[in-house]
Design a protein around this ligand. Structure first.
Ligand code: HEC
Length: 118
């Protein structure tokens, strides 16, 4: 009996996913944010080390009252919730961004943010 060909794996290994976001970050976030170490603040704060950073804690950035009042730490779970719908999760935020709707997309984005902070 001949062996059947193995089904092709459709999922990419998670470690390769953040790479897709290199391009997307520049399209969707870089108008307002830098991610490189010691990068300047723009319309939004520099995001280097954002995963695990306390909310509204980047020196030299003037956060909105809404963001300062949020409290907590940007762990992966908090980022996942926020990035889905920023203006709903932090009403009054100055981050005028509609959100990343797809959950797998957000996951990849958060991995990318983590990756860029190494
Ligand atoms: C139109 C400009 C703009 C875009 C586009 C934008 N942001 Fe922001 N972002 C801001 C501003 C402004 C703030 C500060 C919000 C405040 O103080 O209310 C912010 C805050 C944040 C914070 C919280 C930072 C902290 O130090 O507490 C995160 C995380 C963040 N943005 C991630 C992203 C990501 C990821 C993208 C792309 C998917 C993105 N932003 C797109 C303007 C933007």
């Amino acid at each position: 009996m001949r062996q059947r060909p193995k089904p092709r794996l459709r999922l990419r290994p998670p470690s390769r996913r953040p790479r897709r976001w290199a391009n997307r970050f520049s399209k969707r976030c870089a108008a307002c944010h830098t991610i490189d170490k010691d990068g300047p603040n723009g319309i939004g704060p520099n995001l280097h080390g954002i995963v695990g950073r306390p909310v509204a804690s980047h020196p030299g950035f003037a956060y909105s009252g809404a963001m300062k009042a949020k409290g907590g730490v940007w762990d992966a779970a908090a980022l996942d919730i926020y990035l889905a719908d920023p203006m709903k999760i932090v009403p009054g935020t100055r981050m005028a961004f509609a959100g990343v709707i797809d959950a797998a997309d957000r996951q990849a984005l958060i991995l990318y943010l983590e990756d860029q902070s190494k």
